[in-house]
Write a protein that binds this ligand. Structure first.
Ligand SMILES: CC(C)(COP(=O)(O)OP(=O)(O)OC[C@H]1O[C@@H](n2cnc3c(N)ncnc32)[C@H](O)[C@@H]1OP(=O)(O)O)[C@@H](O)C(=O)NCCC(=O)NCCS
Length: 247
């Protein structure tokens, strides 16, 4: 499934990015020493996820023409990308995806989840009343489960863009995510409207991303939901962030 997963992510990004996806059947390349130090005390499953993510990241960078390099863990726990690059890493169910692009973009967020993994208890903490109302309007349990997963994934994408760019840690209820499309469709878009100011982004800023359901084969873990956000483009002036919204 790694080729379909990478293709789905590239299609959702909609701009020129490097993408790599690896799965349970793939070997991870050795870590660079500073990367290995970051997971020296971690359990084997975490080392595997981290290593697969770093391997995917270096392959995604190679697709952009960037030579293999260490991708250290930054002070905010996010990856430290080479100069001129922004990107994001995610892992779930033994899969890892990395997306990288030019730093003309404010940032990139990618998030992978098992479809239906977001239960009602988690939703109660993650969602605003408006998000829950829209979710509860979906009668089909499969559609609801996927949309709930996208709600979670979209918020993770927003965090993965906003936190590295401005050092602001948003709460899940600081953004209102509207999921556009639902099953039987297996791909759609989403918007996240900021309910508070975050760095250079004023309250009311709308970030636009995409989502897709990808079925791994064989499928020990069920379907995967991937969310992607490629946010904006610096236009030059210090506080001029033009966030592109695609619906
Ligand atoms: C850190 C966080 C994003 C991880 O998400 P997750 O779904 O548990 O796990 P994922 O596998 O998708 O992502 C993990 C990867 O995110 C990346 N990451 C971690 N912190 C990050 C940060 N501050 N900025 C950008 N990327 C980050 C790392 O690459 C990490 O993998 P690695 O440690 O192997 O390098 C999540 O725990 C979190 O804090 N979320 C923020 C809460 C939220 O939703 N805020 C609302 C915004 S509206």
């Amino acid at each position: 499934v790694s080729a379909p997963l990478a293709e789905a992510v590239a299609a959702l990004a909609g701009v020129d990015v490097g993408v790599a996806a690896l799965g349970p059947g793939d070997a991870a390349d050795p870590l660079h020493p500073d990367e290995a130090a970051a997971v020296a005390r971690a359990v084997p499953a975490r080392v595997r996820d981290f290593s697969l993510g770093r391997t995917a990241a270096r392959r995604a960078l190679a697709a952009l023409g960037v030579a293999p390099t260490s991708i250290p863990v930054g002070p905010g726990r996010g990856p430290v990308w080479p100069d001129g690059v922004v990107g994001s890493i995610t892992h779930a169910g033994g899969w890892a995806v990395a997306v990288v692009g030019s730093a003309v973009h404010v940032g990139i967020g990618v998030d992978l989840e098992l479809d239906g993994a977001v239960g009602d208890e988690e939703l109660a903490v993650l969602t605003t009343a408006a998000e829950r109302r829209r979710l509860d309007a979906l009668a089909d349990p499969a559609a609801r489960a996927t949309v709930a997963t996208v709600l979670h994934g979209a918020k993770e994408c927003v965090h993965k863009v906003v936190h590295p760019a401005w050092g602001v840690a948003l709460e899940p209820t600081d953004a209102d995510v509207d999921v556009i499309g639902h099953r039987p469709a297996i791909t759609g878009r989403w918007t996240a409207t900021l309910l508070r100011t975050a760095g250079a982004l004023p309250v009311g800023t709308v970030l636009g991303g995409g989502w897709a359901v990808v079925q791994p084969a064989p499928a020990p873990t069920g379907a995967l939901v991937v969310c992607v956000l490629v946010a904006g483009r610096w236009t030059g002036a210090p506080d001029s962030v033009n966030i592109s919204v695609r619906r």
